[in-house]
Design a protein around this ligand. Structure first.
Ligand SMILES: *[C@@H]1O[C@H](CO)[C@@H](O)[C@H](O)[C@H]1NC(C)=O
Ligand SMILES: *[C@@H]1O[C@H](CO)[C@@H](O)[C@H](O)[C@H]1NC(C)=O
Ligand SMILES: *[C@@H]1O[C@H](CO)[C@@H](O)[C@H](O)[C@H]1NC(C)=O
Ligand SMILES: *[C@@H]1O[C@H](CO)[C@@H](O)[C@H](O)[C@H]1NC(C)=O
Length: 647
C-alpha cells in the first residue's frame, strides 16, 4: 500500500517533448519521494556465484507490484553499510520505459527481465559506473542506441535475448570494449551484426540462436574482431551453407553450434580454419556430403541429417553422434583411429552388421538402435569393447537373442524389437555385469540392468535365459508374456526392481510364487509403483485383476478353485494402505457398508424407542450381514467388467 502511494507521485507520461522535459517537470512536481527498494522488494545478503563474496541481493518481482508507472528513476538504493556489491533484479514488473538510475558505485548486476521495456531515458546507467552484468532478457526492445551504454565501459556480460531487435548500427556497442558474453538469442536478426560487434574485442561467448540469420560469414578482410570468440551459438537459424569463407583464419572457436538450420552444403575445407574447435554441433540439418573436420575436434554431433558416409574423424575424437542419417556401412577401420572414442551413437541408420577387427578401447556407450541388425553381432564382446557400460539394440529386427561372446555392461537396452517372439535358454548367459569401480570386490554389484520391453510378439522367456548371470534390474513390461518361470533369475538379487506390468499374465498356480515371494520383496525394496499395472490377463474370472489383490492372503489364491477364491474376503485388499488407487470394489463395498450402517442405526433408534432393546439389536445385526452379502454378490458381475475395461 505504501508503495502505491509513493508510486502515484512518480506517474510520468511520455507524450510529446523530450525525455529531459518530462524529467524536469517531474522535478517541479510538489513532493519528490523515493521508493526505498528494501521496503517494497526482497533484500538479502547472499553469496555470489563463486560462493566467495557476499552480495547484497535485491529482488523485485511481480509479487511486489511496483506498477508500470515507475521508471525506476526514483528508487533509493539500499543502505549498504558494509559496502557489498549490489545485484538487483526487477523482474516482471510491467515496466515499459526505463528511467535514469540514481547514482551508486556498488551496483554490479542489473536485471530487467520479463518486462515490456521499449524505450529508455538517455544514459540510464551513467551513474552506476561499475556495472558488470546487465540483462534485458524478455522485453520489447526493437532497437538500441549507443547512449544505452554510456559510462559502463566495464560491462562484461550483456543479455539482450528475447527482444525484437532486427539490426544494429555500427556504433551501438562502441562503449563496450570489455564484453565477454553477449546474448542476442531469440530476436529477429537476419544477419550476424559483424560491424556492431567490432568494438567487442574481448568477446568470448556469443549466442545468436533463434534468429532468422541466413548467412554465416565471419571472415571479412576489414574486420579484425571476434579473434577471441570461443563459443558461438547459431542454433535454430536459417543458414543454408557453410563455405570456406565462413570462419576467419586462426580463430579461437572451441564450441560451435549450428544445429537446427537448413544447411545442405558444407564446403570440404570450411572448418579447417577452426584449429581450436573441440565441439561441433550440426544436428538437424540437411547435410548429405561429408567434409573435413579439424584435428582438434572431440565432440561431433551430426544427428538427423542425410549423410550416406562417415566423415573422417580426427584421432582425438571422443563423442560421435551420427544417429538418424543414411549410413548403411560401418566406418572404415583402415582410415580411422577411434582409440579415444567414448560414445558412439549410430542409431536410426541402415546398418546390418558390426564387423570390426580393431577394438574400441575407451568406448563406454554404443547405440545401435533402430538399424537393420538381425542378430547380436559376435563382435559385441569384451575383447572389442573392454570398457562398455551401455549398449542399445532397441528397434532392430532381431528374432533370436543370443550373445555369442562374453560382454560386460551396466545397462542393456532391447526395447521395441517387433520380431522377437521367444527368448531362448542361455540367451543372456554371456552378458555379465560391469563391476562398479568404487565397490570393487563386492560380488553383488556384478549384475546388469536389462530393458526388454515393448516387444509386442514376445510371449516366452525360457527358464534358462539368464543362466550364469545376474540382473540388477529387469524390465519386461509391455510384452505378450503369460508365464514367468520362478527359476529365471535369483529374484532376491534383482535389487533395483522388476517391471512386469502390461503383460497378459495367466494367473494360475504356476504364478502364485509372484504373489508369495516377488510382491513382498518389491514392497520391502520400495518398488511398489511397479505393481500398479501388474494384472492378470486370464483366466476369465481374474482378467484385469491386479496381483496386489492377493497380497498377504493366507490362502494361495491363484491355486484354489476359482469360484471359491472369488468369494474370498475382499477386505484383505491392501491397496489403501499401500497408497495405490481405490478399486471399484473398494468403493462399492464402502458404499454397501455405509448404507447398511445407516439402516442399522435407524432401526436401532426406532427399536430402542419401542423398548425391545436386546432382541431387536440382534435382529439388526443379522440384517446388516445379510445386506452386505447381497450387495457384494449382486455387484460381482459388474465389478469384473469394470476391472476388465481398466486394463
Ligand atoms: C596463424 O597462426 C600461425 C601460428 O600461430 C601463423 O604462423 C600463421 O601465419 C597464422 N595465419 C594467419 C592467416 O594469421
Ligand atoms: C531436406 O532434404 C529433404 C530431402 O533430401 C527434403 O525433403 C527436405 O524438404 C529438406 N529440408 C529442408 C528444410 O530443406
Ligand atoms: C500374443 O500372444 C497370443 C497368445 O498367447 C497370440 O494369440 C497373439 O497373437 C500374440 N500377439 C502378438 C502381437 O504376437
Ligand atoms: C503383510 O504381511 C507382512 C508379514 O505378515 C506384514 O509385515 C505387512 O505389514 C503386511 N502388509 C500389509 C500391507 O498388510
Amino acid at each position: 500500500m505504501r508503495a502505491l502511494i509513493y508510486l502515484t507521485f512518480l506517474f510520468l507520461i511520455f507524450k510529446n517533448g523530450s525525455a529531459q522535459d518530462v524529467y524536469e517537470e517531474a522535478f517541479n512536481e510538489e513532493v519528490l519521494k523515493f521508493i526505498k527498494l528494501c521496503d517494497v522488494c526482497t533484500c538479502s545478503e547472499i553469496h555470489d556465484m563463486d560462493g566467495t563474496d557476499l552480495v547484497l541481493y535485491v529482488q523485485c518481482s511481480e509479487f511486489d507490484r511496483i506498477d508500470n508507472f515507475a521508471d525506476l528513476d526514483k528508487i533509493a538504493w539500499p543502505l549498504n553499510p558494509n559496502g557489498l556489491k549490489i545485484s538487483a533484479t526487477f523482474d516482471g514488473l510491467g515496466l515499459s520505459t526505463l528511467g535514469k538510475l540514481p547514482p551508486n558505485s556498488q551496483v554490479e548486476t542489473l536485471k530487467f527481465t520479463n518486462n515490456a521495456i521499449k524505450t529508455y531515458w538517455p544514459d540510464p546507467f551513467s551513474d552506476v559506473p561499475n556495472l558488470k552484468i546487465l540483462s534485458f532478457s524478455h522485453n520489447e526492445l526493437t532497437e538500441i542506441t549507443p547512449d544505452l551504454f554510456t559510462k559502463i565501459e566495464g560491462l562484461e556480460d550483456l543479455d539482450l535475448s528475447h527482444n525484437k531487435l532486427t539490426d544494429f548500427n555500427p556504433l551501438d556497442f562502441k562503449h563496450l570494449r570489455h564484453i565477454k558474453k553477449l546474448s542476442l538469442n531469440s530476436n529477429n536478426l537476419k544477419k550476424i551484426p559483424l560491424d556492431a560487434l567490432q568494438p567487442m574485442t574481448a568477446l568470448e561467448d556469443l549466442d545468436l540462436s533463434k534468429n532468422g540469420i541466413f548467412d554465416l560469414l565471419l571472415q571479412r578482410s576489414d574486420v579484425e574482431n571476434l579473434a577471441r570468440l570461443k563459443r558461438l551459438n547459431l542454433n535454430d537459424n536459417r543458414i543454408r551453407s557453410i563455405t570456406k569463407d565462413s570462419f576467419p583464419a586462426n580463430n579461437s572457436l572451441e564450441l560451435l553450434d549450428l544445429s537446427n538450420n537448413i544447411i545442405e552444403i558444407v564446403e570440404e575445407e570450411s572448418f579447417l580454419t577452426c584449429t581450436n574447435l573441440r565441439e561441433l554441433n550440426l544436428a538437424q540439418n540437411n547435410i548429405t556430403l561429408v567434409f573435413a573436420l579439424p584435428p582438434s575436434l572431440q565432440i561431433a554431433m551430426l544427428k538427423v541429417n542425410t549423410l550416406y558416409h562417415w566423415p573422417k574423424f580426427p584421432s582425438g575424437i571422443k563423442y560421435i553422434d551420427l544417429s538418424y542419417n543414411r549410413l548403411s556401412d560401418l566406418y572404415d577401420e583402415k582410415t580411422v583411429n577411434f582409440d579415444s572414442l567414448e560414445v558412439l551413437n549410430i542409431g536410426g541408420n541402415q546398418i546390418k552388421e558390426l564387423n570390426i577387427e580393431k577394438k574400441l578401447p575407451n568406448l563406454y556407450i554404443l547405440d545401435l538402435s533402430y538399424n537393420l541388425i538381425t542378430e547380436i553381432p559376435k563382435t559385441i564382446s569384451t575383447q572389442f569393447f573392454p570398457k562398455l557400460e551401455e549398449l542399445h539394440f532397441d528397434g532392430n529386427p532381431i528374432e533370436t537373442v543370443y550373445f555369442k561372446n562374453i560382454v560386460a555392461v551396466k545397462s542393456l537396452y532391447m526395447t521395441e524389437m517387433r520380431l522377437l517372439r521367444v527368448v531362448d535358454e542361455k540367451a543372456f548367459s554371456n552378458v555379465v555385469g560391469r563391476q562398479a569401480d568404487e565397490i570393487e570386490g563386492d560380488d553383488s554389484v556384478n549384475c546388469f540392468s536389462l530393458y526388454l520391453s515393448n516387444c509386442p510378439s514376445l510371449s516366452e522367456i525360457k527358464a534358462g535365459a539368464f543362466d550364469g548371470t545376474s540382473l540388477c534390474m529387469l524390465d519386461i513390461s509391455k510384452n505378450n508374456l503369460t508365464y514367468l518361470p520362478k527359476s529365471l533369475v535369483d529374484w532376491t538379487a534383482v535389487s533395483e526392481g522388476v517391471n512386469l506390468q502390461f503383460n497378459p499374465w495367466i494367473c494360475n498356480c504356476d504364478m502364485q510364487w509372484i504373489v508369495d515371494e516377488l510382491l513382498p520383496q518389491m514392497y520391502a525394496t520400495k518398488h511398489s509403483r511397479l505393481l500398479a499395472e501388474l494384472r492378470c490377463g486370464s483366466p476369465r474370472a481374474f482378467e484385469g485383476l491386479r496381483l496386489v489383490h492377493w497380497y498377504n492372503w493366507t490362502e494361495r489364491a491363484m491355486c484354489g478353485d476359482n469360484s471359491r477364491t472369488m468369494h474370498g474376503n475382499y477386505m484383505l485388499e491392501p491397496s489403501r494402505e499401500l497408497g495405490l488407487s481405490y478399486s471399484p470394489l473398494t468403493l462399492i463395498l464402502g458404499a454397501a457398508i455405509i448404507v447398511s450402517l445407516l439402516i442399522a442405526i435407524a432401526l436401532a433408534v426406532y427399536l430402542v424407542k419401542t423398548r425391545k432393546r436386546y432382541r431387536v439389536r440382534r435382529a439388526a445385526m443379522k440384517r446388516k450381514r445379510q445386506s452386505a452379502t447381497d450387495i457384494t454378490n449382486g455387484n460381482k458381475e459388474q465389478f469384473t467388467t469394470l476391472n476388465t475395461s481398466k486394463v
